[in-house]
Design a binder for this molecule. Structure first.
Ligand SMILES: *[C@@H]1O[C@H](CO)[C@@H](O)[C@H](O)[C@H]1NC(C)=O
Ligand SMILES: *[C@@H]1O[C@H](CO)[C@@H](O)[C@H](O)[C@H]1NC(C)=O
Ligand SMILES: *[C@@H]1O[C@H](CO)[C@@H](O)[C@H](O)[C@H]1NC(C)=O
Ligand SMILES: *[C@@H]1O[C@H](CO)[C@@H](O)[C@H](O)[C@H]1NC(C)=O
Length: 486
């Protein structure tokens, strides 16, 4: 498809509806307290004196009684919350540029679409005061929620592709069948051009609290700390449409789960690698190998090869030296210029098997993803670009975005902090595509917790923390030039 045949603004303003599918209610361990069972209390004691065998029986009985009471009134130290799992069907927006899901805010709950971003840790929505770059986007209306409170503190976050500023607030937030009361979030009155495209109203950060600009506990982390998940995990499967020729602005995007993984979407074991201690802010993993075919790029050791695993970034960014070394392994490649500064081009006819390793495991990037676009002629643009980092050396060296994540099933595990990858099921894409582009529903809540952390003021926020989001930049580049998609 020739992309410049479609005005981007038109493509992106097509209406999309998203669905939230809700968790099955977890079995509740805890019934209403009632009187303790008294039946049979004497019998085992009497039998105890009679025979050894009866001693065993008493043991079994005693154990049973203990379990019964513990189950009924809660084991010491265990949570009394019910445990659960939930999932959310995603939308793939703008040819694998971004992936969004939906959540609901307020009382009564109203649904909004948000980009799901593991590379930042703040949740924000635009509100009715937003006049800058919010045209046509659905906005949050504080006056229609009876549980809304104004935090009256300034909020600002900077992404590579723009900025969002506003004020902090709290309200009830629901997603994937979970609810957090008193969730701190920001209502933004100004956002940079291109940061959001209709029908998306904001962004849900899924990184750790230490990364958050507001200082508030992220939605996911309140759920994890509130012990309401079956397992301390969030997982993503992201679809690929870059390889197709007739693509809509919105396509089925994949599945996001909380509290569990979706076993129909991957095969074999999940290979977990630890987030290095001291780097639990992004979902950080050391990149251990980067290769083209059987030739490898020499990677520096330690934090100079740390990578943020980031669902909110479209492509893969890395240090200029190693990115140059990567393309040096691709015959006929050359550095891009102008809009393509930092990118590289190479003949589309080249067969390229780029792999990334985390720990001992190696994962391939499909050519469909690596050959991000065909320029006029026979040159292709590579999806790995040189990125100059966050400037002050405190950010990750690499940003591993959707170009890679479309090729694996990804699990973000809170305890112990780690990220796992697994091989996709062969029918993952067809099973999700069959479901169509999801439509918004609010649904029932299966478990809820109370949020914590009031948020610090803007002045104290350690900015810039957030990772660049390249979707907007990429889309601008695409719309500004004559491009052919593969
Ligand atoms: C919240 O308070 C701030 C400052 O006190 C004010 O500027 C803003 O308009 C308020 N927002 C809402 C939604 O009431
Ligand atoms: C594009 O990639 C998806 C995901 O791997 C696959 O299901 C689909 O068949 C591919 N389409 C083409 C035309 O190769
Ligand atoms: C890196 O990966 C390549 C290709 O899979 C392999 O040949 C090489 O031995 C690996 N290097 C290291 C240091 O693991
Ligand atoms: C798992 O993924 C399938 C698509 O293969 C989807 O139909 C199903 O609803 C998902 N279930 C959960 C619990 O995520």
């Amino acid at each position: 498809m020739r992309l410049d045949a479609l005005p981007l603004s038109l493509v992106l303003s097509l209406l999309i509806r998203v669905s939230v599918d809700h968790a099955l209610a977890a079995p509740s361990w805890l019934g209403q307290p009632s009187s303790l069972p008294s039946r049979g209390l004497h019998i085992p004691l009497l039998r105890r004196a009679v025979a050894r065998r009866d001693d065993d029986e008493l043991g079994r009985w005693a154990k049973q009684q203990k379990q019964y009471v513990e189950a009924k009134y809660g084991r010491p130290g265990s949570t009394t919350s019910k445990r659960s799992t939930g999932y959310n069907l995603l939308v793939n927006q703008g040819l694998d540029s971004s992936y969004y899901g939906s959540l609901a805010v307020g009382t009564p709950a109203v649904a909004y679409n948000v980009i799901l971003d593991t590379g930042s840790a703040d949740f924000w929505l635009i509100d009715s005061t937003c006049t800058q770059n919010c045209d046509g986007l659905p906005v949050f209306n504080p006056s229609s929620s009876s549980t809304f409170t104004n935090g009256s503190k300034a909020f600002s976050i900077t992404y590579g592709s723009g900025q969002a500023t506003g004020t902090l607030a709290t309200d009830v937030v629901q997603m994937a069948g979970f609810e957090v009361n008193n969730q701190v979030f920001a209502l933004c009155s100004q956002i940079s051009s291109g940061l959001l495209a209709s029908p998306v109203s904001g962004l849900m950060g899924l990184g750790w609290q230490s990364l958050s600009s507001s200082g508030a506990t992220p939605f996911w982390q309140s759920l994890y700390e509130g012990n309401v998940w079956d397992e301390p995990v969030m997982a993503f499967y992201l679809t690929r449409f870059l390889n197709e020729s007739n693509v809509n602005a919105e396509e089925p995007g994949g599945v996001f789960t909380m509290g569990t993984t979706n076993t129909s979407l991957y095969t074999g074991q999940i290979d977990y690698q630890s987030v290095p201690s001291g780097s639990v802010n992004y979902w950080t993993l050391p990149l251990t190998n980067l290769s083209v075919g059987s030739s490898s790029v020499t990677l520096p050791s330690g934090s100079s090869s740390y990578a943020a695993i980031d669902t909110g970034t479209t492509l893969i960014g890395g240090p200029a030296t190693q990115v140059a070394a990567l393309y040096a392994l691709i015959p006929g490649s050359s550095p891009g210029t102008g809009n393509y500064e930092g990118y590289y081009t190479f003949p589309c006819s080249t067969t390229i098997d780029v792999t990334l390793s985390f720990g001992g495991k190696t994962w391939s990037i499909s050519q469909d993803d690596f050959k991000m676009a065909q320029l006029s002629g026979s040159q292709c643009l590579g999806a790995v670009f040189a990125y100059s980092g966050l400037g002050n050396g405190d950010g990750p060296a690499w940003i591993v975005g959707d170009t890679f994540l479309k090729n694996v099933y990804t699990v973000f595990r809170a305890n112990p902090p780690s990220v796992g990858f697994a091989t996709l099921a062969a029918d993952a894409q067809s099973s999700v595509a069959r479901l169509g582009v999801p439509t918004a529903t609010i649904g029932a809540v299966s478990a809820s917790v109370t949020g914590s952390g009031t948020g610090r003021t803007l002045q104290n926020a350690a900015l810039p923390h957030a990772i660049p989001r390249f979707a907007a930049l990429l889309l601008c580049a695409l719309s500004a030039s004559s491009f052919y998609l593969l």
